[in-house]
Design a protein around this ligand. Structure first.
Ligand code: FE2
Length: 149
């Protein structure tokens, strides 16, 4: 789907590969993997600004940021990417299982809720973000289907 985002294709692919790097135990600072990963990519790797912003905000991270009290830091350091590019990174994340297999977004969301468990901050953040995540996946799915006509 990288062709959908034009000149941002390379940044999208890089962010898709790196988006969860903040889960690495060596990189945990705040405990919010989107922010920790984006800071590592910015401060250590020197990655492109768009890549860092995509990693920081993948899959509606601002909701988890708000629930952690980190949304001001998140958006101040990494302004959200708008439009199709933001939908595309969320699509990449939410249509792929943790081991890299294709999956429907509803199954992916259900797996996250099960893995973290009822009441967990990540689970509740994903539950709140689910309508937005599904909307992004539907948008990209539609764009991909247009390309097949
Ligand atoms: Fe993630």
């Amino acid at each position: 789907m990288a062709h959908l985002v034009g000149d941002d294709a390379a940044a999208l692919v890089a962010a898709a590969w790196m988006h969860d790097i903040g889960y690495s135990p060596a990189l945990v600072m705040t405990g919010m993997h989107q922010l920790d990963g984006a800071r590592y990519l910015r401060d250590v790797v020197g990655a492109d600004d768009v890549i860092c912003r995509l990693v920081a905000h993948h899959s509606c991270a601002v909701i988890e940021g708000r629930n952690r009290g980190l949304s001001d830091q998140l958006t101040a350091e990494f302004p959200p990417v708008e439009g199709l590019l933001a939908d595309a990174i969320t699509y990449a994340d939410m249509t792929t299982t943790p081991d890299g297999s294709p999956v429907e977004v509803e199954q992916r969301l259900a797996e996250i809720l099960t893995r973290y468990g009822e009441g967990d901050l990540v689970a509740e953040s994903i539950r709140e973000a689910s309508p937005l995540i599904i909307k992004s996946v539907q948008l990209i799915t539609g764009k991909l289907a247009e390309g097949r006509i």
